[in-house]
Structures are given as structure tokens and as C-alpha cells.
Ligand binder design. Structure first.
Ligand SMILES: NC(=O)c1ccc[n+]([C@@H]2O[C@H](COP(=O)([O-])OP(=O)(O)OC[C@H]3O[C@@H](n4cnc5c(N)ncnc54)[C@H](OP(=O)(O)O)[C@@H]3O)[C@@H](O)[C@H]2O)c1
Length: 294
């Protein structure tokens, strides 16, 4: 079974590739970079192309049975996703799994949430057997905060006090591989969530426990977050993410018990918890720093 992975060089897609290899499927990764093809795992085909290029979308879906797609956060996200849905419509794709975002219709004003709604709608109307996965905030985003945690003792993601049902990227990838290779998931939309709700403060407490030092929550000051973020992210993205954090602080992004049950049924086991992820990450950072000292 040949499966095209759009986003297969990124955070979630690279895990989807591994999950598909473990299930004996044949992953094909679309990337804009010939260089990145060289570092794909053995047995994975790479194709250079771009979702904004009509030539790519007319050709890349032709010989595949299934598609997993993420659409990267960009100012052309909707256009890219709609190009892909059309490419799949022109071909004989039998499964299309699209990764959207949890509770997307509650916050359509957020550019990178609202951008996904027309893609979901087009896919659902396309006639292609589809599954939509709607994940919560990723545990693995915390890799970005390694320096803040280890050097300054601060957890800087301003996620607020209501809470998020964050999820491990490996569980999203496993859910995607199941939806692509097993039957019974066509026409379904799944909220892809972790087992518990964490706030900014409870997340800092977990990092304190696993790192064995005090980690303080950086707080909910979005002016300060915006000022710091503008030095490393483009202004349109900072604007978008600030609105998202405002939404998180006011509403949270919480799973229902039914969402958690459905996730466990989909995976055939409970989803991974945040403290286990943080412990694993702390051990990895520790091992890397010991290696550097050698
Ligand atoms: N972070 C979170 O907490 C979170 C939570 C829920 C949902 N999401 C959603 O997750 C998505 C991002 O997933 P991710 O973090 O796995 O992605 P990522 O690591 O940012 O990687 C982006 C991927 O998209 C590919 N790509 C970008 N533009 C492309 C184009 N024009 N044509 C073909 N491929 C293109 C890139 O491929 P090349 O660079 O190799 O070309 C790369 O593989 C976003 O839609 C975001 O809203 C994120």
C-alpha cells in the first residue's frame, strides 16, 4: 500500500512515516527540498514538489493508494490544502487523512485554525474516503523551551489557567497510521487528545519534578510574549499565535471524557501522559549534555 505523506519531513509526518514502515506500508514523502530526501529513512521514497505548484498536484497523487496531509502554518495554508484535495480528486486515492486542529470551529478567527476549515469542508465533499484528525497542542512543542527551562528555570508557553488536553506527537502519528491502514475510520473526525488537562502552572510543576529544580510558569502576559517572540518569528505568525494564546487563556482547549475514550479506542491503549513525556525528555537532555562533556 503506497501512502503519500505531505509534511513527512516535519514533526508529525516524520513519525507517521515510521508508523507506516512498521505496518509494512510503502511511504512516499513529498518535500520541497532535494537535500531532505537524502535523510529519509531507508525504504522511503522521496518526491520533490510543492503544493503550490500545479505540476506537483497533478502528478504526485497519481500512483498512491492513500494520503496523509498536514498543512504547514503559512499565509497560503488554505490554498495549499485545497490544491492537494483537488490533486487527490483527479487521482484514484482511496484514503485521505487530514490533520486539522482540535475544536477548530470554536476559534475560526485564528488564522491557522480558520485556514483549515475550508480544507476539511472540501475534503468532506470530495467523495474521497477521508478521516480528519484534530489534535490538541503537541507535547513536543516543549522541545523549543529547552533553554528557557534548563538555563532560566522558566516555562514560557503562555497557555493560561483554564487548561489544554495536550497530546504526544507519536500518538497522533499512530492514530494517522491506523486510520490509513485499518478499516472503519472512513468519514470519521477524531479529536486527538492526551489523557489529562494541564495549565501553565501545572506544566511548570511537572517540569520542576522531572528536572529536579524549580521551574516557574512565565505567566499570561501576552505583551511580553509578543515582544520576545518578534525576535525569532515572523510578525504575521506572532499575531496569529498571540490570538491563539488569548483564546487558550479565555477558553482553554479541553477534551471531554468521551474524546479521551474515543482516543483510547482508536489507539487500542490509553494515550501517553505529559509527565511520562517530560521525564523521557529530561533524561534525553541529560544524556545529550553528558555526551557533550565527554
Ligand atoms: N504545534 C501544535 O501544537 C499543533 C497542534 C495542532 C495542530 N497543529 C498543526 O500542525 C501543522 C504543522 O504540523 P508539523 O508541526 O508536523 O509541521 P512542521 O514540522 O512545521 O513541518 C511542515 C511540513 O510541511 C511541509 N510543507 C510546507 N509547505 C509545503 C508546501 N508548500 N508543499 C509541500 N510540503 C510543504 C514541509 O516540507 P519541506 O520543508 O520538507 O518541504 C514539512 O514537512 C499545522 O497545520 C498546525 O496548525 C499544530
Amino acid at each position: 500500500m503506497k501512502i503519500l505523506i505531505i509534511g513527512g519531513t516535519g514533526s508529525v509526518g516524520s513519525h507517521v512515516v515510521r508508523e507506516l514502515l512498521a505496518r509494512k506500508a510503502d511511504p512516499v514523502v513529498l518535500t520541497r527540498s532535494a537535500e531532505k530526501i537524502k535523510s529519509l529513512p531507508a525504504g522511503v521514497e522521496g518526491v520533490v514538489g510543492d503544493l503550490l505548484d500545479p505540476g506537483t498536484v497533478r502528478s504526485v497523487f497519481k500512483s498512491v493508494d492513500g494520503v496523509f496531509m498536514i498543512t504547514a502554518v503559512s499565509t497560503t495554508e488554505t490554498h495549499e490544502g485545497l490544491m492537494a484535495v483537488n490533486g487527490a480528486r483527479m487521482s484514484d486515492v482511496k484514503r485521505f487523512v487530514y490533520m486539522s486542529v482540535h475544536n477548530v470551529e470554536q476559534a475560526p478567527h485564528l488564522p491557522h485554525f480558520g485556514s483549515k476549515l475550508p480544507i476539511e469542508a472540501a475534503l468532506k465533499k470530495s467523495g474521497i474516503p477521508y478521516t480528519v484528525l484534530r489534535p490538541n497542542n503537541f507535547f513536543q512543542n516543549d522541545y523549543w523551551f529547552q533553554d528557557a527551562l534548563l538555563q532560566y528555570g522558566v516555562y514560557p508557553q503562555p497557555m493560561g489557567d483554564v487548561g489544554l488536553s495536550r497530546v504526544d506527537v507519536r500518538d497522533i502519528a499512530e492514530a494517522a497510521a491506523i486510520a490509513l491502514t485499518a478499516s472503519g475510520h472512513e468519514g470519521r473526525t477524531y479529536n486527538v487528545v492526551g489523557p489529562e488537562v494541564q495549565t501553565g502552572k501545572s506544566t511548570a510543576e511537572i517540569w520542576s519534578r522531572v528536572l529536579g529544580k524549580t521551574i516557574t510558569y512565565g505567566g499570561n502576559d501576552l505583551d511580553a510574549w509578543e515582544e520576545q517572540s518578534l525576535s525569532r518569528l515572523p510578525a504575521w505568525m506572532v499575531f496569529d499565535f498571540r490570538l491563539m494564546y488569548e483564546f487558550f487563556q479565555n477558553n482553554g482547549l479541553k477534551a471531554t471524557p468521551a474524546d479521551v475514550d474515543s482516543m483510547a479506542r482508536l489507539l487500542g491503549r490509553a494515550p501517553r501522559g505529559f509527565e511520562d513525556f517530560a521525564l523521557e525528555t529530561a533524561r534525553m537532555w541529560n544524556a545529550l549534555s553528558l555526551d557533550k562533556e565527554k
